[in-house]
Design a protein around this ligand. Structure first.
Ligand code: PLP
Length: 446
């Protein structure tokens, strides 16, 4: 948008944008977006752009769903707010629905963001250990390249150096192991986890947290047996398994929950973005029943969860979340994500003949394209090269994402995560634009 417009001036004068260097921002102002419909956003100049990243990977049912606006309006009129210490229908119904979908008994705690869901997961893990005879278990093991949120606990679990620089020291008790990287064959990550638990002393480890597929850290796919092996390792050592499915649930990778695809269940699950498709700020932590049972006792024993969020279980957010799931089921969006994603992945793999495309990977509608300087050494492409592809796509009307420096020097993965309603034609437009941008921006004569 023009930096001279009143709105741009007000924005520059007043708003602190995330992940943005403000110096010189007038010369590269973000677009002003005025509306959204399906997979498209429209900017203030009336130009339509295909949103290939669903906002921040959250608008799973696409933009412009009047049905969700109607539900929100009805709920606001009827009961706009209630603390979760009371009972109201939308939160109870949504919690019941999630447990139904998961197929196991447990308890759901709602928050307004993925970071807060992970915070409560960490507190529950530590309190669980303390209340089941292991008060010395406080360490949380996480993985390099993963993202778990921006609050200090979740940031301490995050394994991305750039996000943490300047905000230290991190909360004590968080440590990291490698995640499997199939493209770079970095060894047996599950064995390394077990070794780390043993070296730290299992009696000091409360939980292990992981994203089933690392999303923002570069769409890192696990080997098929990795999650099952992690589950066994956690069980062997009395360590709780927390799965952060803030990106992968609901439906992003072609199943309601990614762990369904890998045959192992978590003790504690967190989810967010797809839960209300971004129509309301809504996230959740789900603890299995055996975890919850460790919190039972008399009030003055202080065994209960002493944690509250003003907006946790918000009636409007949970009503919207419930309808969002109804829409996904009615339109069979999980299957659709599998079909569209398989076709898109197959097509984009055609890019692997290009000298700068090292690897194309993903599952459902979470796809990554790893760009390299040269294939043999797999040297990551520099930031300018990656930005030129993202920039050309944007000029050609398609928004795609990329990793930031999750591991220093590895900001080289393009990320696609379009709304699950993406049609064949829209998928074709997305693929064509990305292919053209890579072929035009990156020389083939390396
Ligand atoms: C895997 C994962 N966990 C947690 C979060 C934090 O969610 P929020 O930004 O809603 O706090 C994110 C956000 O991108 C994420 O990608």
């Amino acid at each position: 948008m023009s930096p001279q417009s009143d709105l741009a001036k007000l924005d520059l004068d007043s708003l602190w944008h995330p992940l943005t260097q403000h110096r010189g921002l007038e010369a590269r102002m973000p677009r002003e977006i005025t509306s959204g419909e399906g997979v498209f956003l429209t900017d203030a100049q009336g130009q339509r752009v295909l949103d290939g990243v669903s906002g921040l990977w959250c608008v799973n049912v696409g933009y412009g769903r009047e049905e969700l606006a109607d539900v929100a309006r009805e709920q606001m009129t009827k009961l706009a707010y209630l603390p979760s210490t009371f009972i109201h229908a939308p939160a109870a119904l949504l919690a019941g629905k999630l447990l139904d979908m998961l197929g196991y008994a447990g308890k759901v705690y709602f928050t307004s963001s993925g970071s807060e869901a992970n915070e409560v997961a960490f507190k529950i893990a530590r309190q669980y250990q303390a209340q089941t005879g292991s008060p010395g278990r406080y360490k949380i093991i996480a993985r390099y390249r993963s993202y778990h949120g921006n609050t200090l606990g979740a940031l301490s679990a995050t394994g991305q150096a750039e996000r943490k620089i300047g905000y230290g020291p991190p909360a004590p008790g968080f440590l990291h192991v490698d995640a499997p990287d199939l493209y770079r064959s970095n060894g047996d990550a599950a064995a390394h986890l077990e070794e780390t638990i043993e070296r730290e002393g299992a009696e000091t480890v409360a939980a292990f947290i992981m994203e089933p597929i690392i999303a923002g850290g570069g769409v890192l796919m696990p080997p098929d047996d990795y999650l099952k092996r992690v589950r066994e390792i956690c069980d062997r050592h009395g360590v709780l398994l927390i799965l952060d499915e803030v990106v992968t649930a609901l439906g992003r990778v072609g199943a309601a929950f990614a762990h369904e695809l890998y045959g192992a269940e978590p003790d504690i699950l967190t989810l967010g973005k797809g839960l209300a498709s971004g129509y309301q700020p809504l996230a959740a932590m789900v603890a299995k029943q055996h975890v919850f049972e460790a919190f039972e006792g008399e009030p003055d024993e202080l065994r209960h969860l002493r944690h509250v969020n003003t907006y946790g279980g918000h009636p409007v957010a949970t009503a919207v979340g419930l309808r969002n799931i109804e829409i996904m089921e009615r339109e069979e969006l999980f299957d659709r994500a599998t079909k569209t994603g398989d076709a898109l992945l197959g097509r984009l793999r055609g890019l692997e003949d290009h000298p700068s495309v090292g690897d194309v990977r993903g599952r459902g509608l979470l796809l990554g394209i790893e760009l390299v300087e040269e294939k043999a050494g797999k040297t990551p492409l520099d930031a300018a090269g990656v930005a030129s592809v993202v920039g050309r796509c944007a000029r050609d009307g398609v928004i795609i994402g990329k990793t930031t420096n999750t591991t220093p020097g590895y900001g080289n993965v393009l990320i696609l995560a379009p709304p699950l309603v993406l049609s064949e034609d829209e998928s074709d437009l997305l693929a064509t634009t990305v292919e053209r941008a890579i072929r035009k921006e990156l020389p083939t004569s390396l």
